[in-house]
Design a protein around this ligand. Structure first.
Ligand code: CU
Length: 152
């Protein structure tokens, strides 16, 4: 009997904590991301540091992705150094650090993914490179698919 009483007390304490918790655990910041050909639009320019949810929607006609890069220079997000093919070398960055990516999202699809971001300036880019049937190379980054996000 004694132990079940203790259990009841414990569960009351637990639910009291649960009720007071939401205010203590700051709600996750969200950034809406929309793809079109050829741009990336973010719903926010600045977000607080911490866990940030990226809600990504592909409103375009082609597959797109986001690559999140923490920049270590003041360079504009459209002026990052590129390879011959017009894409960014994700394995050998001198201008920043790769934080994460949401890989190829088909047209019309949406997805959510969270990343822990420290204060700084970030580039959010699509780094897909495609070869069209006529041999033309389309590097999405060089065609304009980049945006800046400030984390404070
Ligand atoms: Cu793209």
């Amino acid at each position: 009997m004694k132990s079940s009483k203790n259990l009841l007390v414990l569960s009351l304490v637990t639910s009291a904590i649960a009720l007071s918790a939401p205010a203590a655990f700051a709600k996750k910041a969200k950034v809406g991301v929309e793809f079109k050909e050829w741009n990336i639009t973010l719903s926010e320019e600045t977000v607080p540091a911490g866990e940030i949810e990226f809600a990504v929607k592909n409103k375009g006609k082609e597959e797109h992705e986001i690559v999140i890069i923490k920049l270590n220079t003041d360079v504009a997000t459209g002026r990052l150094p590129v390879n011959k093919d017009g894409g960014i070398d994700e394995d050998n960055m001198t201008f920043g650090v790769m934080i994460g990516e949401v890989e190829g999202l088909a047209p019309g699809k949406k997805t959510k993914e969270s990343f822990n971001l420290k204060p700084g300036r970030y580039a959010v880019i699509c780094n897909l490179i495609e070869e069209e049937p006529n041999g033309e190379i389309e590097a999405h980054y060089s065609m304009g698919m980049h945006a800046v996000l400030n984390v404070e």
